[in-house]
Structure formats: C-alpha cells, structure tokens
Design a protein around this ligand. Sequence first.
Ligand code: PEP
Length: 251
Amino acid sequence: MRKKIVAGNWKMNTTLQEGVALAKEVNEALKDATPKCDVVIAVPFTHLASINAVIDQNKLGLGAENCADHKSGAYTGEVSAPMVASTGATYVILGHSERRQYYGETSEILKEKVALALENNLTPIFCIGEVLEERENGTYHDVVKKQIEEALFNLSAEDFGKIILAYEPVWAIGTGKTATDEQAEDMHAYIRSVIADRYGKEVAENTSILYGGSCKPSNAAQLFAKPDVDGGLIGGASLDAASFMGIVNAF
Ligand code: PEP
C-alpha cells in the first residue's frame, strides 16, 4: 500500500529562529494527533540540524529542498547529499520547477542528484510538471513523461520504489491557481500508467504521487479524495502551522 504524504516546502523563507519556531509549532500540533498521512517539512539547509534537534521525526519527517550533484570537493557554496544526511534529514526535494527554471537543472544533473540522494539514504521527493504553454498546447502528458523517463528510468525497480513523485503544474505554483481535482487525477493516473509500463503494475501502485500547486486547506480534501492523488507538496501554505495542519487534516 502506498503512503499518503503531506510535505511542506518552505523554499527560501524564514530565518533560522523563525524556522525553528515554526517547526516546533508543527511538531507540537502533531504530538497528540494521529494524522492519516505521513507529514514532512523540507526546509533551508541552514535550518536542518537545529530543526532536527527540536522535532520528533517519528511524527514529522525532515528534508532538504535540494542537494548537490557531486559528493564532495571544489564546488563552492554547494551542499552535498552526505552533508544533508549528516544533519538527520531523511528526505530531499529534487527537480523543483524553480530549480529547473532559475538554476538550469537538467535531467542529466537531476539523475546525479537522485543517485547521490539514494546512496545516502535520503528519500527523493521528485518534482515534475508542465508550464502553462504546455498545458495550453496539449503537450503536458508528453512533457511530464519525458521528465520522468530522463531522470528516473535508469533506476532499478528497487531504487525507483524509494522515490516519491510530486506532480506540480508550474502554472499552479504560487499563483493561487490550483489544478482542478479532475486535472490532477488525470495526470496522476497517467503518471502511474507510465510507471507501470516501465516497472510493472505493482511498483506503479506502490508509488506515492503528490500534487503541488496552490494547495490549501480549502481545496486539499477535494484533491486528496481522488484515487491517484496520494497527498500534497505544499509551498506557501506550509509557512503557517495552522494552514499546514489544515491540509494534513484534510485526509
Ligand atoms: C511548491 O513550491 O512546491 C508549491 C506547491 O508552492 P505553492 O503551494 O505555494 O503553490
């Protein structure tokens, strides 16, 4: 049975002090709760070790928002997968559209990052999704299929089974424009069929596919009710503990 997951992506927000306070608030809200999904926060590198020290990772998973495509060496300013793992984090977001768009992350680069994440026992939350033009010209299925094929289909079935996917239509990220539950379900079911063609039905059925893009407490329940939507990757709404918990409780 695949996992239901709600993961927050804090992006480049909060100072260390603000981030620790927010993590404590979410951790506190989860303490006596029995959510029907796994809950994860992905936070800036600078916050990882401090947040690891104040949360209960049995209740609240911790992840980074990126990692380097090299293990170590002369790559000034980069943070490697082993470094992320050494903080206590166990997840890493890879391939977010903002990384692809602003930092030129290609499938070739992402392939390296995925391999290094897995080598270091980090669970990749791998993002895919089309831009508005591709939605409008009807190529969105092909675009998403290509993103998955190029960066992930070199993996063994065992390693692919460790990946969490996040379908994030770029036109819905931070725009307030959410995909409809039908649009999300259509793409998620398609993604599952692409996985089934490559790895078989069992692997496909066991892969968690999250939806991301202006997900909030008011629309989460409708999205999560769709059979192939296994949860959400939450940007803006994860920066407020009550909103984030509202989405967690949508399950
Ligand atoms: C994201 O960046 O992963 C995201 C889904 O952002 P938002 O929820 O703000 O649209």
